[in-house]
Design a protein around this ligand. Structure first.
Ligand SMILES: Nc1ccccc1C(=O)C[C@H](N)C(=O)O
Ligand SMILES: [Zn+2]
Ligand SMILES: [Zn+2]
Length: 221
């Protein structure tokens, strides 16, 4: 297929939440506001806006600093984990409050030989309201993924750990293996399988997370 720019292109699947005033936010987080401080008028030639948002709003990458006082900020993290071969794993049938080792087909996952793993827990992403009952991921799953050489784990849930977690076991398993995290992905309609992932955090100095525009590209067979 020929794209608008004339080159060959493969289909891009946007797996990012739209960011607006109705984007569901972690309880207590400040409202997401895009404001306009200059408007096109007789005296101004352009529209210019500003955004105020929590760093864990919508689809985002946690920086190591989020769960490690000595960890890197979004500006410091290497980008390699956020671009490249990934596998989308369907764990919608998972019945418990967290994705457990028994919910994953490990032989299929190992055969995919993908260093990035995205977990689809939702039948349909809860765009309309915050879902306090999102499915977490067990620390044992994180350790098994790390053992397979996985460098990034992503989820369509709001966090790897339950909303009321005090221990953050999955995040700490990620820290122990120096993996990276994507949260709040939108995987509705995305078939399980291998894709190319692109989801780059912004170089925000001192930040514990960054919004990302996450996309999958189909890999030509
Ligand atoms: N905003 C928060 C306020 C308090 C505690 C956690 C959060 C989070 O955003 C959690 C998150 N998305 C995570 O990285 O697991
Ligand atoms: Zn987060
Ligand atoms: Zn997190």
């Amino acid at each position: 297929m020929r794209g608008p720019a004339g080159g060959r292109h493969v289909r891009i699947i946007d797996i990012s939440q739209r960011l607006d005033a109705s984007t569901p936010l972690w309880p207590g987080e400040p409202a997401l506001v895009v404001s306009h401080h200059a408007r096109i008028s007789e005296t101004c030639s352009v529209n210019v806006g500003a955004v105020h948002m929590a760093l864990h709003s919508g689809t985002h990458a946690d920086a190591p600093f989020h769960y490690d006082v000595a960890g890197q900020s979004s500006a410091e993290t290497a980008l390699e984990p956020y671009i490249g071969r990934c596998v989308v794993v369907d764990v919608r049938r998972c019945a418990g409050s967290a994705v457990d080792v028994g919910d994953i087909d490990w032989s299929t996952l190992a055969a995919a030989a993908a260093p990035r793993v995205l977990l689809r827990t939702y039948e349909g992403f809860p765009h309309a309201a915050w879902d306090a009952g999102f499915r977490a991921v067990s620390a044992e799953v994180i350790r098994r993924l790390a053992g397979l050489g996985v460098v990034l784990v992503g989820t369509d849930a709001a966090s790897l750990d339950p909303q009321d977690s005090k221990t953050m076991e999955a995040h700490h398993a990620v820290r122990a293996a120096d993996m990276r995290i994507l949260e709040g992905l939108v995987l509705d309609g995305v078939a399980a399988g291998v894709y190319e992932l692109i989801a780059l955090p912004l170089p925000l100095a001192g930040a514990d997370a960054s919004p990302v525009r996450a996309v999958l590209r189909e890999i030509a067979a």
